[in-house]
Design a protein around this ligand. Structure first.
Ligand SMILES: Cc1ncc(CO)c(N)n1
Length: 221
């Protein structure tokens, strides 16, 4: 294969990803006008999402057969775990979401469909399949934060939603995402056209699930 896999993947989802930037939920966070109950609903669903997302790393790790790969996956898995308890849980508490609500929330079908599809891609494939299933989550958030802040530079100062932008715009998150992209590109060197198509299918499918997740948060919240 010539050219970077990540360029090929991004090319497949350009229109879909442009749609994230125009999504009323994202614009609502950026302008600060989003109703707080929609955001609370989103955070609760995202908390459940991250619990399953960690398992996608675990399944991918089970396919790895060298220590450097295992180390990469362990570190990434730990980052997500830390993010959940450093960002999501305190954020939910600040928004007044009770411990009972956190304990009793059930995943919406759009959430279940997304995490099931990622797990299936990781279980039925190799390390690269698992990592590409993981990628649209990580990369699309880095993209949304970066691009939205170009259009709404004050979004980071918003009292309620600024922290969301900060979390995904900060260099730690952006660099972690860049590392994941580089790692995937390295693993993808020399793959067949058939493999590239399988990876593109996994990536576009997960990107569509990301859109469904935003729609869910907007409609149900
Ligand atoms: C649904 C979803 N996608 C991506 C991320 C980025 O971690 C997240 N927290 N939630």
């Amino acid at each position: 294969m010539s050219g970077k896999l990540s360029d090929y993947l991004l090319y497949q989802v350009e229109d879909l990803w442009q749609g994230y930037l125009e999504h009323p939920f994202i614009i609502g966070m950026a302008t600060g006008e989003l109703e707080e109950r929609k955001f609370s609903y989103y955070l609760l669903q995202d908390y459940l999402y991250l619990k399953e997302y960690i398992k996608v790393f675990a399944v991918t790790l089970s396919k790895a057969d060298d220590f450097s790969e295992i180390k990469f996956l362990l570190d990434s898995m730990n980052d997500i775990f830390e993010e959940t308890f450093r960002v999501h849980v305190p954020y939910m508490k600040r928004l007044g979401i009770s411990e009972e609500e956190i304990q009793s929330v059930q995943p919406h079908p759009s959430n279940i469909n997304y995490t099931n599809d990622m797990l299936l891609a990781a279980q039925s494939g190799d390390v690269l399949d698992g990592l590409v299933a993981i990628l649209s989550c990580s990369w699309s958030y880095a993209y949304i934060a970066r691009e939205t802040l170009k259009i709404y530079p004050t979004a980071m100062q918003d009292e309620r939603y600024g922290e969301w932008f900060e979390g995904y715009y900060c260099s730690e998150y952006q660099l972690g995402n860049e590392e994941l992209i580089q790692h995937i590109n390295q693993l993808a060197q020399g793959i067949t056209a058939e493999k590239r198509e399988r990876l593109a299918t996994i990536f576009t499918n997960c990107s569509q699930h990301e859109m469904n997740f935003w729609d869910m948060a907007w409609q149900q919240g």
